[in-house]
Ligand binder design. Structure first.
Ligand code: SAM
Length: 167
């Protein structure tokens, strides 16, 4: 995600609880020459940055590992500036129970309603939801969904033409 999005960012920060994953990310970011991107060890429930730090937060394929996804969404929302956006990428509801055992999944996907509820509780409005499917393919065992939400606060400026020196 950082490789994909960082060329559009002034600064970007990736957080993961796994040192192994961070090592892989550091190598890939260095190879891509993305010097303005950092990765840092951390917990998605307690991101060590001030409130309002980011224009965009992406939670990519992490939520299904968590006991409390709503708490992670609230913490992500805390780090957004007013009007900032949160993109969650994860699985639509599925029935592949084996993933609990083989890949430590705690949740077998998320419904649109469940995600919208967590967004609303975190002060976010759902903007777009997209289920990714392969055209012409038979029923997919795993569908990836993109949920995009926006912080509902606004940054407003009230300028009086007489006061701004341009009257
Ligand atoms: C499928 S990987 C996705 C990694 C990365 N987001 C990406 O898209 O390439 C899931 C990652 O979630 C991380 N993770 C799980 N629980 C976490 C937590 N509480 N805080 C931070 N990262 C966590 C794991 O360490 C793992 O690297």
């Amino acid at each position: 995600m950082l490789e994909l999005l960082a060329p559009r960012a002034v600064r970007a920060l990736g957080i993961d609880a796994s040192h192994d994953m961070l090592s892989i990310a550091r190598v890939r970011l260095a190879e891509a020459g993305l010097d303005h991107v950092q990765v840092r060890h951390g917990d998605i429930y307690d991101i060590q940055v001030p409130a309002g730090s980011f224009d965009l937060v992406v939670i990519h394929q992490v939520l299904h590992y968590l006991d409390d996804p709503g708490r992670a969404i609230r913490e992500a929302a805390r780090t957004l500036r007013a009007g900032g956006r949160l993109l969650v990428v994860d699985f639509a509801p599925h029935g592949i129970e084996a993933l609990r055992e083989s890949h430590a999944h705690r949740r077998l996907g998320f419904s649109h309603e469940e995600m919208a509820g967590w967004f609303a509780a975190a002060g976010l409005d759902t903007e777009t939801v997209r289920d990714l499917s392969v055209d012409g393919a038979a029923a997919q065992p795993l569908t990836v969904t993109l949920w995009l939400a926006r912080d509902r606060r606004m940054l407003m400026a009230g300028l009086d033409a007489a006061d701004d020196g341009r009257a």
